[in-house]
Ligand binder design. Structure first.
Ligand SMILES: Cc1cc2nc3c(=O)[nH]c(=O)nc-3n(C[C@H](O)[C@H](O)[C@H](O)COP(=O)(O)OP(=O)(O)OC[C@H]3O[C@@H](n4cnc5c(N)ncnc54)[C@H](O)[C@@H]3O)c2cc1C
Length: 571
């Protein structure tokens, strides 16, 4: 193999071999593999022109050569941002290479170069290798056909990499609920932070010593300005990091409660259409969707997109269009004062508005089984798949539930864990899960699906989960478990609207015709998404009879804004 160090395009064009990364080079790598030297040279040249300042472009002439190069980068601890592979290569096609490369560099974005005739293979690869994009050859002009796609993927990769490299250092015990909650808060609010496990990372003890912190007082957050926060609450940490804002206006046209897809869509449309809009979110933008490792059925994203990516994009979009976002603020009461709708927030603030859109979604249902409550955050988790995935490397993971959210989590964990066992109460997955996910699960050798099975107890050792007792078709069995993720449905948290807004028996908010039949006070009919309080609208999962999907939530959030306009015109 020729030992070349990122040659300029002209010197390298004739060479289709692999190049070795330069020892002192620290820019993240884009690795391109193609067996045709002219194509390899052309794509490398274009990528260097577009992205050479931030990334180094490495090349290989075959899948095996590229895999060798990837291992070398891995050993040196170099970052790999993107893998680009031609589909038609002798010996090892692009999809096979990407499948193997994924195991070595799981976080790198994966792009397949295809000719029109290979489109079918590319679409199949979306599932097989979690492909991020397929690029049709030729890509001329690169400014239109290549750069925008690559830039978008690299920006997404950079957002993730920056988060892991960054600013705050949080030191704690992996199996401590307080540590988990702080970590989850930082990840979901996209605060650049590095997690240091006191049991695994030698650096953690050194840092504690330097900071003069007693290891008994974990978790500890070390901030960039030198501040040391021992056992901070989420609110304390959020305030110190400036994540919590204060309302900028005394009166808004629109207050949106909830920062899931419905609320974010309402904020984007409200602000873009000139309404003074503020969004209040209890935890972090993204809602349930923010917990999803891969949303596959959202229109326009054929390769799927992760919930955190969707949340990041939507949050940026809402802010750019002028919406105010107040995170770590919870709406705790609603009242009317003449034409104004007043939302009371935890922390004694209030927001006054002409209209309110309630988009507070649903929360995970807790499992009422012995041991689960005590071990929550210490091996037992609700949602949290993205936050905990890395900590589950080579471990025994159990996923409880048989719906799509459980299936997605199982597929995601299979990329990290030694084994994933799914405990499904029903007789088969077909009753509760989409076909595409069932196929993905069947193709993954380290996922075992146990149907007609439920956990009847969780048992811990040294304060964290060790095993589950499982009742299944063969009676009671013990299942070793380092982590257990529970996805057994969700229910709305709408108690704060008690006595103000009419809800159905399960707590979902009534709207439109349902509101009209349940105490609607005016002569005119309520608008389609209007609750029993005029000017208070509802969107997304929290609405009675809603369809629990990202697309419907986004649709309802944007539709609610047009109804707000109608309401304001009539008022
Ligand atoms: C793991 C998982 C995977 C999924 N995968 C898919 C998928 O692939 N495709 C698909 O279409 N759907 C999927 N779904 C469903 C989809 O995520 C939901 O339908 C969608 O998120 C609903 O959006 P929403 O905005 O109505 O509510 P939510 O997403 O529930 O957001 C509500 C937000 O409101 C906040 N909030 C609640 N109460 C208050 C309050 N009082 N004050 C302030 N803020 C508050 C919450 O913290 C939350 O952020 C998945 C769900 C899960 C859990």
């Amino acid at each position: 193999m020729p030992a070349v160090t990122e040659p300029d395009a002209t010197a390298a064009d004739a060479d289709a071999g692999a190049e070795r990364p330069h020892a002192s080079e620290r820019r993240p790598a884009i690795l391109v593999v193609d067996d045709e030297p002219t194509v390899l040279a052309a794509v490398s040249r274009d990528l260097r022109r577009g992205f050479g300042e931030r990334f180094r472009v490495l090349r290989a002439g075959s899948g095996p050569q590229a895999l060798e190069l990837l291992r070398e980068l891995g050993v040196r601890g170099d970052q790999v941002a993107m893998l680009i592979a031609d589909q038609r290569m002798p010996g090892m096609p692009g999809t096979e290479y990407l499948a193997q490369a994924r195991k070595i560099a799981p976080d790198a974005k994966r792009v397949l170069l295809t000719a029109y005739a290979d489109t079918e293979a590319a679409i199949a690869a979306i599932n097989e290798v979690a492909l991020d994009y397929y690029l049709l050859k030729p890509w001329d002009p690169p400014e239109e056909q290549l750069f925008p796609v690559v830039e978008d993927l690299l920006t997404t990769w950079e957002a993730g990499a920056a988060l892991e490299a960054g600013g705050v250092r949080l030191i704690g015990h992996r199996y401590s609920k307080e540590s988990h909650d702080l970590r989850d808060f930082l990840v979901r609010n996209r605060v650049p932070a590095r997690w240091l496990d006191i049991e695994r990372d030698g650096e953690a003890r050194e840092l504690l010593q330097v900071a003069g912190v007693d290891p008994e007082r974990l978790p500890v957050a070390l901030l960039e300005d030198g501040a040391v926060l021992e056992r901070p609450t989420i609110l304390e940490l959020a305030e110190r990091l400036g994540v919590v804002g204060a309302p900028a206006q005394s009166h808004y046209d629109l207050v949106v409660v909830g920062g899931g897809p419905a609320g974010l869509a309402a904020a984007v449309y409200g602000a873009s259409e000139g309404l003074k809009t503020v969004l209040v979110e209890r935890e972090a933008p993204g809602g349930q969707a923010g917990q999803s490792s891969r949303i596959e059925n959202y229109l326009g994203f054929p390769a799927g997109l992760s919930g955190s990516d969707l949340a990041r994009r939507a949050t940026d979009q809402a802010r750019r269009l002028g919406a105010e976002l107040l995170t770590v603020h919870e709406a705790i009461a609603l009242r009317t004062e003449g034409a104004a709708r007043i939302v009371e927030l935890s922390g004694a603030e209030t927001l006054s508005a002409s209209c309110v859109i309630v988009a507070s979604g649903v929360s995970y249902r807790q499992l009422d089984t012995p041991g689960f409550a005590e071990l929550t955050g210490a091996g037992v988790y609700y949602g949290a798949a993205m936050t905990e995935a890395r900590a589950c490397e080579r471990q025994q993971v159990v996923v409880i539930g048989g719906a799509n959210s459980a299936g997605q989590a199982a597929v995601y964990f299979s990329g990290y864990a030694a084994k994933v066992t799914m405990l499904v109460r029903g007789a088969s997955l077909e009753q509760s899960m989409s076909h595409y996910l069932i196929e993905q699960i069947a193709a993954l050798p380290n996922i075992e699906v146990r149907t007609a099975s439920s956990a009847i107890a969780a048992e811990g050792e040294d304060g964290h989960l060790r095993r589950l007792q499982v009742q299944g078709p063969d009676g009671e069995q013990t299942l070793e478990a380092d982590a257990c993720f529970v996805f057994i449905g969700a229910s709305p948290r709408t108690d704060w609207l008690d006595g103000v807004v009419a809800r159905d028996a399960r707590g979902f908010i009534l709207a439109g015709r349902d509101a009209q039949n349940n105490g609607w006070p005016l002569q005119r009919e309520p608008y389609l998404l209007e609750s029993t309080v005029p000017g208070v609208f509802v969107a997304g999962d929290v609405r009675s009879r809603s369809i629990k999907r990202v697309a419907s939530a986004v649709g309802e959030g944007s539709m609610a804004v047009s109804l707000v306009h109608e309401y304001l015109l009539d008022a």
